[in-house]
Design a protein around this ligand. Structure first.
Ligand code: GLU
Length: 425
């Protein structure tokens, strides 16, 4: 079956250039904060961007050369931090934008990091376990000089998981000739992973949904929720919403979407999904991702990839609250349309910051060699996200801006200030 391009768009979307739109909001945020133009000149692009070629011997005996990237946006606050994405649509511009978003996330939840991001152009759905291991190790060898526990700390992202983090940690430890669990986060528990890391992004999104629902007087019990994407964030989020008494009426993957006005059987779907979050292939009566986004619901959560809500469908969104679990799912034009229509939009850099928050807890535990319980992690995460939500929400109210611009204002400030104190600008 051909992929439903609604959730799996082809090559870089030139019309909705995520780097350009991020730069536009960064510029506005710095202007609102009163920073001079040179601060924007420093922050509009990563300070460091490495492009690497990774040769991998494939199972059929041929050698394939993969292209990978690692972007480090700004390391004035501390080491850079952010995931590695394995996806056919990875591009230099996308990785750059993603690294800027990581700076914003770390600023919003107040972590001692700047933003970083990596990506490899590949389709792990079509690669064997052995090929994936060779690619993961090859990537670490290629970027080893610029990463490390006190320089730049990678993590999982789209189509990468704890197994891939384990191979990468092992490869780095060999190069470093030292056991280096703090080199990467999102590891399996036995290798120094943290309790709660796997569910952290979804937990952060859940907390943001709860707080946004309070602001809008929506009772989560019985609220109709639609989730686009059934990967790490989307699947756990559907479960948490379901457990909170909400009715998850729609979910999707890259191939299509499922809809049931009475609520889907989330436990069954979780049981049947594969490791890439694919589940709709098992059903005949699917709808498209486009139809899914326009369903009548209370809360819409785009949890797949970029540029899903655009000027073309923003007028048809029927949710009262949109909470972005994916990075960059809504274009700037669409943000304006939703805001004008009175829809509360909780932006990605706030809503999806739970992942990097628990990654930070993982790194702290690796550094101190003493590990916390899941309850301790949950309690810490809850505090951080509630406080960050309030901070961004109040900034939006007092500065009379939408929550995206407010989040950028809160998120960019630390890197701007740290760059100044260091005498860079
Ligand atoms: N890839 C995740 C993100 O986009 C997590 C990054 C991390 O844990 O460092 O936020």
């Amino acid at each position: 079956m051909a992929a439903d391009l609604g959730a799996d768009n082809q090559a870089f979307d030139e019309k909705h250039d995520v780097l350009k739109s991020t730069q536009t909001v960064i510029h506005k945020a710095l202007e609102k904060l009163g920073y001079p133009e040179e601060v924007y000149e420093l922050l509009k692009e990563p300070i460091r961007m490495l492009t690497v070629k990774i040769p991998v011997r494939m199972d059929d005996g041929s050698v394939k050369i993969f292209t990978g990237y690692r972007a480090q946006h700004n390391d004035a606050v501390g080491p850079t931090k952010g995931g590695i994405r394995f996806h056919p649509n990875v591009s230099e511009k996308e990785v750059k934008a993603l690294s800027i978003w990581m700076t914003l996330k770390c600023g919003i939840v107040n972590l001692p990091y700047g933003g970083g991001k990596g990506g490899i152009i590949c389709d792990p759905r079509e690669m064997s376990f052995r090929e994936l291991e060779a690619l993961s190790r090859g990537y670490v060898r290629a970027i080893s000089q610029i990463v490390g526990p006190t320089k730049d700390i990678p993590a999982p992202d789209v189509f990468t998981n704890s197994q891939i983090m384990a191979w990468m940690m092992d490869e780095y430890s060999r190069i470093d000739e030292f056991n280096s669990p703090g080199f990467i986060t999102g590891k399996p528990l036995v290798l120094g992973g943290s309790h709660g890391r796997e569910t952290a992004t979804a937990k952060g999104v859940t907390i943001c949904i709860r707080e946004a629902a309070k602001k809008r007087g929506i009772n989560l019990e019985g609220a109709r929720v639609v989730v686009q994407g059934f990967g790490n964030a989307g699947s756990f989020l559907s479960k948490f919403m379901h457990d909170a008494g909400a009715k998850v009426i729609g979910i999707s993957d890259a191939y299509g979407a499922l809809y049931d006005p009475n609520g889907l059987d989330i436990d069954y779907l979780l049981d049947r999904r594969d490791s890439f979050g694919t589940v709709t292939k098992l059903f005949d009566n699917t709808i498209s991702n486009k139809e899914l986004l326009e369903l009548d619901c209370d809360i819409l959560v785009p949890a797949a990839i970029e540029n899903q809500i655009t000027e073309e469908n923003a007028h048809n969104i029927r949710a009262q609250i949109v909470v972005e679990a994916a990075n960059g799912p809504t274009t700037l034009e669409a943000t304006q349309i939703l805001t004008d229509r009175g829809i509360l939009l909780v932006p990605d850099v706030l809503a999806s910051a739970g992942g990097v928050t628990v990654s930070y807890f993982e790194w702290v535990q690796n550094n101190q060699g003493y590990y916390w319980t899941e309850e301790e992690i949950d309690e810490k995460l809850e505090k951080v996200i509630v406080q960050s939500f309030e901070n961004v929400y109040n900034t939006a109210e007092t500065r009379r801006v939408d929550m995206r611009l407010a989040a950028y204002m809160v998120g960019v400030r630390k890197s701007a200030e740290a760059s100044r104190f260091r005498g860079w600008i």
